[in-house]
Ligand binder design. Structure first.
Ligand SMILES: Cc1cc2nc3c(=O)[nH]c(=O)nc-3n(C[C@H](O)[C@H](O)[C@H](O)COP(=O)(O)OP(=O)(O)OC[C@H]3O[C@@H](n4cnc5c(N)ncnc54)[C@H](O)[C@@H]3O)c2cc1C
Ligand code: SF4
Ligand code: SF4
Length: 240
């Protein structure tokens, strides 16, 4: 069974919890809010599947990797999409293509006062919530199992996330079902802690004496490409 001794050996992707047929694994936050698997040993049958599926396991299947990376550069033709995306809006172009074919798109959005979570979208309106980087570890919830269900139902699926999340999903889905699965992994230097983000929002609200009603980790329309300023709208008079 999975047992994390070094926190650097787990990205909280949920592949292990999703593959466990006995639901013996739950994801628990550490003191910073990073999620790690905890095994209920009374439910566990020691089948070993959770260890096999983990992308941090040395036997992780890399047979689908290209011998050399192939690089292409792309930017969306519509400048409105570029302005409201974090970078060149390739994600929007690719996910539009998936949605046009009746597929589902998964990406990072918000719940409960800007807690970052992964969600499913089947319309452009739902998908637009995934635009833009959220510099926090995203909680996968039950999304890996939803992806598998969509694939089993014959849908075409796009999953976007960090490279460690996509490699965890890839291993969980396996070769039989991966034909209709498109993975978009972002360039990522690591995810900040969820509780740091939660506490920062509380600090700002206390300081400003108003509730935050909108956030943007990098507002290109307001500050251009180079600035790295978080932008918040407050309910009190919509101040910035
Ligand atoms: C945690 C993090 C670290 C990053 N580190 C780097 C870096 O080191 N160097 C660099 O050049 N760029 C970095 N980026 C920026 C990222 O590579 C760009 O956001 C991406 O390339 C934008 O492409 P786009 O314009 O097509 O997508 P956008 O429209 O900006 O869409 C955002 C995409 O990112 C996904 N996403 C957003 N937040 C998260 C999250 N918290 N977890 C998982 N997926 C998420 C969404 O699902 C969506 O697919 C980072 C982004 C994040 C979220
Ligand atoms: S499968 Fe994912 S969540 Fe489970 S131990 Fe490995 S990295 Fe962590
Ligand atoms: S060893 Fe098997 S039964 Fe035990 S937690 Fe891992 S996947 Fe579940």
């Amino acid at each position: 069974m999975i047992h994390i001794t070094d926190p650097a050996d787990c990205c909280g992707c949920t592949a292990c919890a999703s593959i466990c047929a006995h639901d013996a694994i739950t994801m628990q936050p550490d003191c910073m809010g990073f999620l790690y698997p905890t095994v209920n040993t009374t439910l566990c049958t020691d089948c070993g599947l959770c260890e096999t599926v983990c992308a941090f396991n040395e036997h992780y299947d890399t047979s689908l990797n290209l011998p050399q990376p192939e690089a292409y550069a792309a930017r969306h033709k519509n400048m409105k999409e570029v302005e409201t995306s974090r970078s060149g809006a390739a994600f929007i172009a690719i996910s539009d293509w998936i949605l046009q074919q009746g597929g589902s798109v998964y990406g990072a959005g918000y719940t409960d006062h800007f807690r970052v979570v992964h969600k499913r979208a089947t319309t452009r309106e739902e998908r637009d919530e995934f635009k833009g980087s959220k510099y926090v570890q995203s909680d996968m919830g039950k999304v890996f199992r939803q992806v598998k269900q969509d694939l089993r139902n014959g849908m075409i699926v796009l999953f976007s996330g960090t490279p460690c999340q996509t490699s965890g999903l890839n291993a969980y889905i396996g070769k039989k079902l991966c034909k209709n699965l498109y993975l978009v992994d972002i360039v990522c230097h690591g995810v900040p802690a969820p509780y740091l983000w939660r506490d920062y929002l509380s600090y700002l609200e206390k300081k400003q004496g108003a509730k935050i009603c909108w956030v943007n980790f990098r507002d290109k329309q307001e500050f251009g490409w180079r600035a790295h300023k978080e932008t918040f709208n407050l309910l009190k008079g919509q101040e910035r």
